[in-house]
Write a protein that binds this ligand. Structure first.
Ligand code: ADP
Length: 994
């Protein structure tokens, strides 16, 4: 060791001074800071033990190096300058901070005071007094590092982030924040909130600032109006920075939500338009959610069911209409919902006496339903049905065979009597026309031909002919064929209605009567007997019109007694009717000497007669038969037909018919209106001449197809000339096509609007999905990259603790402990964030997962905690799910571990897991007897990093429930809770069935 020169004066002062000297040396030698004395050439002349301890150099090695050699190249200039000044100026003290190399190869930081003491005889050296400040320097660097670290994260976040102290000074603001307020970092540091916002804006924020400083997180929106007229929407969140109960400051996050707002406004606007539309259509419209509850019902629905539409909202449709469960409509709605497809049905709802035509569409999560009131249309249909029924009843009731011959379709309809009349078996198929004609006796054929010819060529409208025929059993008979023709506007015969009456009997009677007449001549008495026994009216006139005979049927039917008429002039009896038809006919018979047959209606008797008058040598014999029944049947048939036609004319649907050459043969009133072509312009015209623009259209193709395949077609088509949509059904027949169509333009417009809206919504959803994916990606990358610097921080801190553990005082150790603890928590947060960002991107395949096993695994995982706390976890018969195991396990693990954790100290946790199967979901609940949660926080706890406790009370990062919620939602479910502070909590969640 180099000996310190002592002042000679001190020597002279004796023992006391020597004592001082020794004490002084002891002091120096024991000083905690390093002390070195240097000569003019900066060589070491003395070092105390601390100097060796701090620099690490043993003196023998130290003297081999100059100061310059040992100093960090970056610090040499600065140190040399200081040393030069000190060397030059006796008495001068200067401080320098520099790095010097440690024999181990690393640099340590020294803070050194150099004092020129060459003037002091006893010292005659430069005194260097230094301490090691490496640790302080490193801490400073860490601080800078961590600030840089925070800015790196926050500067790239698309939000304004700042930290405000409790006295409202800014400690930190990220780049977007600086840019928004147009400030430099140094201008922002320590600026007050009021200075930054200005008085007016500050006042608006005041209540939120006060609240966050009371420890309540805040979230509110603000609009800013730019000079170009656009609006920027922002959302601000204030999160308190709490230390125990005191709020040290708060974080402010401001994000631009303009895009979201605009999208929201756009959706609102479109929704309004649709609602407007839906309110104005005559069809009812109902929207149901996935639980079959009303989300919407329009005015028309209200009218149909006699209820305020608003009163339906939120109610389950089958609770409102319990008696419709199981109906057609119920099935249609269920099908649209479960099979996600459009379905149409017709139904009758008795309680409302409502016939309805429904169109159900899947929409959103639920179903939309258009309801059309078709009660009136249905009643019309029923009327027609009734009419037809009545018509067929009448045709059954009469013995005459009735027929309807449609010339156009070449179709004949026969009443049942026809079969019995000809001897055909009514059970067998109707025989063809040819077979019927073949049944006529050859002499009757020409009669039929002439009649037909007359109908076409001479305009014959009603006729009556007698024809002879063979029955199927070979016997002969006579038929009286009567009929009338129905013509269209062009006077073309369209249909023929008529009847066949078997008059074989009468014929025979006529012959008998002829015989009788002879007999009368021979035996009047006999004649009387016979004539009296006839069931029909019979009377006889002589050549002077005097009544010579009047049988008792005549007395009854004609209501005149024999004494009133016998020997009276027939013309006088009936003189009240001058142009009395029978009289004219009798004249004719007498004049031509030929029998006459005719029909006559007597108004007085309200009876139809079939009359035959036979001239003979004495005068005239007249037979009258009451045919009122048959006549009535004929009239009814004609009426029914007229009615049918008038119904075709009056139905609300448009209807037209064309023949095989596309000539229009029928065109009803509605067709005139809907297609805007009057009958006169189209009847008997070629359809495609009139609708030349539609050649090649969908309708054109469909009609051709129907004709070609002989199968009905149903389709919807647009007619550009009128800009209208039609629902069309075309039915082929032998003659051509019958076409029904309905104007569905309104429905189409609303359908199109709906599709457009759906498209717009889909687009928004896609955009949202993309931005979500980007955010997830960002969180993923950020949390990955963040781990590295953090590992460095923890690593170095642990090193310090290990190396300098003994030299650190209790405070120092505590600081290191805090720092390591903080870093650990940050690592946990980053890991949680990483996991959060990964949810929903699992590559795992679904597998059969036994939840009983899963819960048992979790119990094993928490075995230690469960034993320590004497906890009990109960569950039974949890289901097997086909799902991703890891996320599902995570959900149960998070809820169970929270149940174990959030407990009053000393309380034995009791956790009950329950399960129920719902129609579309599995429903689970995890109940605990812990500290419970105030209803006010039911939403907050699911937000990331939101905690209700500090880490001293209950450890955690505030990620667990956020992760849980995200997983549950990615599994198609929902999570919610029931809880009361101090009374335990129940977390419910659902998982969508696959
Ligand atoms: P962490 O447990 O990491 O703090 P979580 O997201 O799991 O994060 O929970 C958020 C907050 O919700 C917790 O800080 C706690 O205050 C509250 N919490 C969660 N589960 C329960 C529970 N079972 N009983 C009482 N409080 C709970």
């Amino acid at each position: 060791m180099i000996k310190i020169k002592r002042r000679s004066t001190v020597m002279k002062e004796g023992d006391k001074v020597i004592d001082n000297d020794i004490r002084f040396r002891k002091l120096i030698e024991n000083s905690f800071s390093g002390i070195t004395l240097l000569d003019h050439d900066l060589n070491i002349i003395y070092r105390n033990p601390s100097a060796e301890r701090i620099t690490g150099w043993h003196i023998t090695d130290r003297v081999k190096n100059t100061i310059d050699d040992l100093t960090h190249p970056d610090d040499r200039d600065q140190l040399n300058q200081v040393l030069q000044q000190v060397l030059d100026q006796p008495g001068l003290t200067k401080t320098s901070t520099y790095r010097t190399i440690h024999p181990g190869g690393r640099y340590i930081w020294l803070e050194c005071r150099f004092t020129n003491m060459f003037d002091e005889y006893d010292v005659n050296a430069i005194v260097c007094n230094f301490i090691d400040i490496t640790e302080k320097k490193q801490a400073e660097e860490r601080l800078i590092e961590s600030e840089r670290f925070i800015s790196t994260i926050t500067d790239n976040v698309p939000a304004l982030i700042a930290y405000w102290t409790a006295d409202l000074h800014c400690l930190f603001a990220n780049n977007p924040h600086l840019e928004w307020f147009n400030k430099q970092p140094h201008e922002m540091k320590n600026i007050t909130k009021q200075e930054l916002l200005g008085d007016k804006e500050f006042k608006l924020h005041q209540k939120h600032i006060d609240a966050v400083l009371r420890g309540e997180p805040q979230s509110f929106e603000r609009n800013f109006y730019k000079s170009d007229g656009t609006t920027i929407y922002t959302q601000t969140q204030y999160l308190p920075d709490k230390d125990g109960d005191t709020v040290k400051g708060f974080y402010s996050f401001i994000s631009d939500i303009t895009n979201i707002k605009l999208a929201e406004q756009e959706i609102n606007k479109q929704t309004e338009q649709i609602t407007d539309l839906l309110e104005n259509i005559t069809d009812g419209f109902i929207a149901l959610d996935e639980n079959m509850c009303y989300i919407y019902a329009n005015k028309a629905v209200g009218k149909m069911i006699g209820m305020e539409p608003a009163s339906l909202i939120g109610k389950n449709v089958w609770e409102v209409f319990p008696d419709a469960v199981g109906s057609n409509t119920y099935n249609a709605i269920q099908t649209a919902f479960t099979e996600k497809r459009y379905i149409c049905n017709e139904d009758y709802y008795e309680p409302l006496k409502l016939w309805q035509e429904n169109r159900a569409y899947p929409s959103g999560d639920g179903v939309s339903l258009f309801v059309r009131d078709i009660t009136q249309k249905k009643h019309k249909e029923q009327e027609i049905e009734q009419l037809n029924e009545r018509f067929s009843l009448i045709s059954k009731a009469t013995n005459d065979a009735l027929f309807e011959w449609n010339f156009e379709k070449q179709e004949i309809w026969w009443s049942e009597s026809y079969f019995t009349l000809f001897g055909f078996d009514p059970e067998l198929p109707i025989p063809p026309l040819d077979e019927w004609l073949a049944r006529l006796q050859p002499e009757s054929r020409p009669l039929i031909d002439t009649t037909l010819k007359d109908i076409y060529e001479k305009g014959l409208n009603d006729w009556q002919v007698e024809v002879s025929y063979y029955r199927t059993d070979g016997t002969k008979g006579t038929l009286l064929n009567r009929g009338f023709v129905i013509r269209d506007e062009q006077n073309k015969p369209v249909r023929m209605l008529g009847s066949y009456q078997d008059i074989t009997h009468q014929k025979n009677e006529q012959q008998q009567k002829a015989l009788l007449n002879q007999a009368i001549n021979e035996s009047l008495k006999e004649r009387n007997n016979i004539l009296e026994s006839i069931g029909d009216v019979f009377f006889a006139l002589d050549k002077n019109w005097i009544v010579t005979y009047w049988n008792n049927v005549a007395e009854k039917v004609l209501r005149r007694s024999r004494s009133d008429v016998i020997n009276k002039d027939f013309r006088k009896i009936y003189e009240y009717a001058l142009n009395y038809l029978p009289l004219t006919k009798y004249h004719e018979a007498i004049e031509t000497n030929k029998a006459v047959h005719f029909e006559h209606y007597s108004e007085v008797l309200a009876t139809w007669f079939e009359i035959s008058a036979y001239p003979n040598s004495e005068g005239l014999s007249v037979y009258m038969k009451d045919v009122t029944d048959r006549k009535n049947a004929e009239t009814t048939a004609k009426l029914a037909l007229d009615e049918k036609i008038s119904i075709l004319e009056s139905i609300g649907d448009a209807f037209f018919a064309i023949d095989k050459n596309w000539t229009v043969t029928y065109w009803n009133n509605t067709a005139e209106k809907v297609l805007q072509v009057p009958k006169a312009n189209i009847l008997n015209h070629n359809l495609w001449d009139v609708f030349s623009t539609s050649v090649g259209s969908l309708s054109y193709k469909k009609y051709h197809r129907a004709l070609k395949t002989n199968k009905a077609v149903h389709f919807e088509d647009h007619y550009p000339v009128l800009n209208k949509w039609y629902e069309i059904s075309a039915y082929p027949s032998n003659n051509g096509l019958s076409v029904y169509f309905k104007d569905i333009t309104e429905r189409k417009i609303s359908e199109n609007r709906l599709t457009e809206l759906n498209k717009a919504l889909e687009k928004h959803a896609k955009e949202l999905a993309v931005s979500n994916a980007e955010l997830e990606q960002f969180a993923y990358v950020a949390s990955h990259d963040l781990q590295e610097p953090l590992r460095m921080v923890t690593g170095f801190l642990t090193q310090i603790e290990r190396k300098y553990g003994e030299t650190l005082d209790a405070k120092g150790k505590q600081y290191i402990h805090f720092a390591v603890d903080g870093a650990k928590r940050m690592r946990q947060i980053i890991l949680d964030l990483l996991e959060f960002s990964r949810i929903g991107r699992t590559d795992e395949h679904s597998e059969e997962v036994d939840l009983n096993k899963v819960v048992n695994e979790i119990i094993i995982l928490y075995r230690k905690q469960i034993d320590e706390k004497k906890a009990k976890i109960t569950f039974s018969n949890l289901p097997l799910l086909n799902t991703h195991k890891t996320p599902v396990r995570q959900v149960f693990q998070n809820l169970i571990s929270n149940g174990l954790k959030y407990q009053k100290p000393g309380n034995a946790p009791l956790i009950e897991i329950e399960y129920a199967e719902l129609p579309r979901h599995y429903h689970f609940s995890v109940h605990d007897n812990g500290i419970g949660i105030d209803a006010e926080y039911f939403d907050t706890i699911f937000i990331i990093f939101q905690r209700l406790h500090n880490k001293e009370e209950y450890s955690g990062t505030g990620m667990g429930l956020a992760v849980t919620k995200k997983i549950v939602e990615s599994l198609g479910g929902k999570i919610w809770l029931e809880s009361e502070q101090g009374k335990g909590s129940t977390f419910h969640f659902t998982i969508l069935k696959k």
